[in-house]
Design a binder for this molecule. Structure first.
Ligand code: MCA
Ligand code: AMP
Length: 506
């Protein structure tokens, strides 16, 4: 039997009584018990008709059992498609239609709204709640705690993660076993994870950061997690003294710094703080070191590529940079117009190649082709430069993307929705500095002749259409949008105009 991902992450711990996680309620779960649950779930997936390569869509609250669904998928060869719990039924309809799963597992709270969607797509719907109960868990109760692991090769698919695009439609990034395994190995090595580590895990597990970076590293190193349903400062204050590492988006760090209880004593047991998914401001890096004595290690990645670069563990962790390429990963900076690699620290497109890179977008071969150079380098859409010591610095994005609290929001998707609203002639959606989320979403509207726009009514109208975190936190009306001579909307002008709107709300 070979199934490299199952063997590396799970099989090694199959009979281990070592601690995998402490849950939010304080209960402990060993590797063995976790893998018992996963084996029951793997049996359940098979009885639901899942065959290797079939997809299961998972939109459930974070729990040990939700993570066990991931392990069950690896063991049974199913492809997991985790979805942000904030997505509305309209959004889920698209993902289910696109991924064509056999099974969807959702929060029981949402099953009423999702039933007809699943019926329309001929998808079986089961449930799993925040404490791991629901119809899926009930189905699994009658199954044994053993499952004959399905043979899979290193190039077989393990997951689809949906990522939005500048054109509006989300794309399912297909990730193989080798993508996940090679990256977990590189991270364990770079960040020196061992079985003695205890990770404070407060990230969601439907994105790369919480599911692959945090959990896969734990599984591979055989370490433990303090597994919280979401990030709350009080819980961090309570648990950091018992942890050795934390991974977070910059908002975690700014929120911690806002609390006077964050000090050297609180984190004296910690060996490593890691930040990613969004730019960490240099001032946050400096303030955190001043307060705690720890230099945050910043790293950089993407859904399509897993992690690309990391600041070094031993050498200088440079604020404002994302460090060096990970072992086995190649990074180059190319001229945006000519695609020729740049010299001497010039700014250009960050391109990346390695075993960590996804195999393509599900059912979108043309889109996939557009994102790769002929020699196999993936075009990230991030603009960067290399300093004299080989540190990568991200200086901007060529893609129109907002990153708010670590979540990606593509303005086009929101603009299309705003443009549909009654009386709206056109709209522009921008990200401006937000004290908590890094960037906050602002919508700028232009009315059709003869209409007066009611921004509160428009906010209400889009409420159930898209996830709450994507919705503009502020809407403004202008007589017209600023345009350049080519007729292109000048978002930089709007960003300058509304630069302080969130600051002034504080
Ligand atoms: C919540 N809200 C947000 C966000 N989160 N608004 C904008 N951006 C957000 N990120 C809104 C809610 O809709 C709600 O609005 C209000 O804020 C409070 O919601 P609540 O659930 O209480 O928020 P929270 O628990 O405080 O969450 C904030 C958070 C969370 C802790 C920053 O968003 C989070 O855990 N972010 C991590 C995202 C992440 O894991 N990204 C990795 C992607 P209202 O009250 O008006 O309804 S993977 C990736 O990017 C790559 C691969 C990489 O490199 O890692
Ligand atoms: P996603 O589509 O969720 O995978 O988000 C990937 C994007 O997040 C990257 O293309 C970057 O623009 C951004 N990103 C991730 N890590 C960092 C970081 N450390 N600094 C700046 N941007 C980052």
């Amino acid at each position: 039997m070979t199934n490299p991902l199952y063997q590396s992450f799970f099989q090694r711990h199959r009979d281990s009584e070592a601690l995998l996680m402490i849950r939010e309620d304080g209960s402990q779960l060993s590797y063995r018990k976790f893998l018992d649950i996963a084996a029951r779930f793997a049996n359940t997936l098979v009885t639901c008709g899942m065959k290797p390569g079939d997809r299961v869509v998972l939109q459930v609250p974070k729990s040990a059992e939700a993570l066990a669904v991931y392990a069950a998928c690896v063991q049974s060869g199913s492809v997991i498609v985790p979805l942000n719990t904030g997505y509305t039924a309209d959004e889920v309809d698209y993902f289910v239609g696109d991924a064509q799963p056999k099974l969807m597992i959702c929060d029981p709270k949402n099953s009423g709204g999702l039933q007809s969607i699943c019926e329309n797509h001929s998808v079986q719907l089961e449930t799993l709640d925040a404490v791991g109960e629901g119809s899926f868990a009930e189905l699994s109760a009658k199954h044994p705690e053993t499952f004959p692991t399905i043979e899979r090769s290193i190039d077989d698919l393990a997951a689809f993660l949906y990522t939005s695009g500048t054109t509006g439609r989300s794309k399912g990034a297909m990730l193989t076993q080798v993508n996940l395994l090679s990256n977990a190995k590189a991270l364990v090595e770079t960040w020196r994870f061992t079985s003695s580590d205890v990770l404070f895990h407060a990230l969601p597990i439907f994105h790369t950061h919480g599911l692959f970076v945090a959990s896969n590293v734990t599984f591979l190193a055989g370490s433990s997690m303090i597994f919280m349903s979401s990030f709350k400062v009080q819980q961090a204050i309570d648990h950091l003294p018992k942890s050795t590492t934390m991974m977070g988006v910059p908002t975690f760090y700014t929120r911690l710094l806002d609390d006077a209880r964050l000090n050297r004593d609180l984190v004296q047991h910690m060996r490593l703080f890691i930040s990613g998914s969004a730019p960490l401001l240099s001032e946050t890096h400096v303030a955190f070191e001043e307060r705690t004595g720890h230099r945050i290690l910043e790293r950089y990645g993407m859904t399509e590529t897993n992690m690309i670069t990391s600041n070094p563990y031993d050498a200088d962790r440079r604020a404002g940079t994302v460090g060096h390429p990970l072992p086995g990963v190649e990074v180059r900076i190319t001229n945006q117009d000519t695609a020729v690699p740049t010299q001497n620290g010039e700014i250009g497109m960050i391109e990346v190649k390695g075993p960590n890179i996804f195999t393509g977008y599900w059912n979108m071969p043309e889109k996939t082709a557009e994102e790769f150079q002929e020699d196999g380098f993936f075009i990230t859409g991030d603009l960067g430069q290399l300093d004299e010591a080989g540190y990568v610095q991200i200086v901007g994005r060529s893609k129109d993307l907002i990153i708010s609290g670590g979540y990606n929001i593509y303005p086009k998707e929101i603009e299309l929705l705003l443009d549909e609203q009654e009386g709206v002639l056109e709209s522009a959606v921008i990200g401006v500095t937000h004290p908590d989320f890094g960037e906050g979403v602002v919508g700028v509207l232009v009315a059709k002749p003869g209409f007066t726009l009611d921004t509160a009514a428009i906010s209400t109208a889009i409420y159930s259409k898209i996830a709450r975190f994507k919705q503009p936190k502020l809407l403004f009306v202008l007589p017209e949008l600023p345009r350049n001579t080519m007729g292109k909307v000048q978002k930089n002008v709007l960003r300058d105009q509304y630069a302080d709107v969130f600051q002034s709300q504080e």
